[in-house]
Design a protein around this ligand. Structure first.
Ligand code: PAF
Length: 283
């Protein structure tokens, strides 16, 4: 595996690859890699000649300094994992290499997608995501970039970014990778203590029950059912549970038979924020 910490030699290396008409698959990450990331890399390996993974804990997408400080950083283990699955290229830049002396986000208009759900609770988060993802796309110039559906809002926003800025690549959304007990894989899971780790699968269990209820009940009823379930939970604090249109991410008021809906949830387990979502069917 080739490891680059600077943009310039990476760009030169990848432009030689491109001139050989080889396709580049790209998996941007913030490290603390787990099986979910590996599934994205495998998907990229199946369809591309070479795969580039980036590890960069992007400061501008964290709205709370403590969240950035506490974000797990496991570079040596990550590198070993990538080598073990024969990843071709790792890009591991410093903050200075990406932002020079100006650690700030650009402002993006994602046609309102950015104001829903995560956007209401994480100030400036999607400007930070847009800034780093666009920067990385400009450096790597991939043919296809792979993102997990756990961050479904992020995935829709990145598709919008590509469309609005006429970026020449495809975005592939990949299924949520789960632990055996249903907890969606996340780099943050390693921070859960034993008690919280045991409690956390309640999130997906509740989502599955909500999916069943949605077939016969209104969105309003399902939302209040979920809110009540969490009110009674001794360890998990619900931040939001929303049923929204998959495309616009706007909260569902009245079901329409030709629309696709998804339920989205954010929960605090102690100070660790977990998100998940589930696709819904109307019948
Ligand atoms: O999903 C993530 O890990 C990050 O938001 C991303 C896309 C790598 C940008 O920093």
């Amino acid at each position: 595996m080739k490891v680059f910490t600077e943009k310039r030699p990476l760009k030169a290396y990848l432009s030689a690859i491109k001139s050989e008409k080889k396709s580049i698959g790209f998996v941007p990450t913030m490290g603390a890699l787990h099986a979910g990331h590996l599934s994205l890399i495998e998907a990229a390996q199946k369809k591309n000649d070479i795969v580039v993974v980036s590890i960069f804990v992007n400061p501008t997408q964290f709205d709370k300094e403590e969240d950035l400080v506490n974000y797990p950083k496991t570079y040596d283990k990550d590198k070993q994992m990538l080598e073990s699955i024969a990843c071709d290229v790792l890009f591991y830049p410093s903050v200075k290499e990406i932002y020079k002396d100006n650690i700030s986000s650009n402002h993006f208009d994602f046609d309102g997608l950015e104001h829903q759900m995560e956007g209401k609770f994480r100030d400036g988060h999607f400007n930070g995501v847009g800034t780093i993802v666009k920067t990385l796309f400009e450096i790597v110039k991939p043919n296809v970039a792979y993102f997990g559906q756990k961050d479904f809002q992020q995935l829709q926003i990145i598709k919008k970014l590509v469309k609005k800025h006429h970026l020449n690549l495809k975005i592939k959304g990949c299924p949520i990778y789960r632990e055996e007990d249903g907890l969606a894989m996340s780099s943050r899971n390693v921070r859960l203590n034993l008690e919280l780790r045991k409690a956390a699968p309640f999130i997906y269990k509740t989502l599955k029950k909500a999916r069943k209820k949605f077939k016969t009940k209104s969105a309003e009823k399902v939302v209040s059912w979920v809110e009540n379930k969490f009110k009674k939970h001794p360890l998990l604090d619900l931040e939001y549970f929303t049923i929204a249109d998959e495309k616009t991410l706007e909260t569902l008021i009245h079901k329409e038979s030709d629309k696709k809906y998804r339920a989205f949830i954010a929960v605090f387990a102690g100070d660790i924020r977990l998100i998940d979502n589930i696709k819904l069917k109307q019948s």
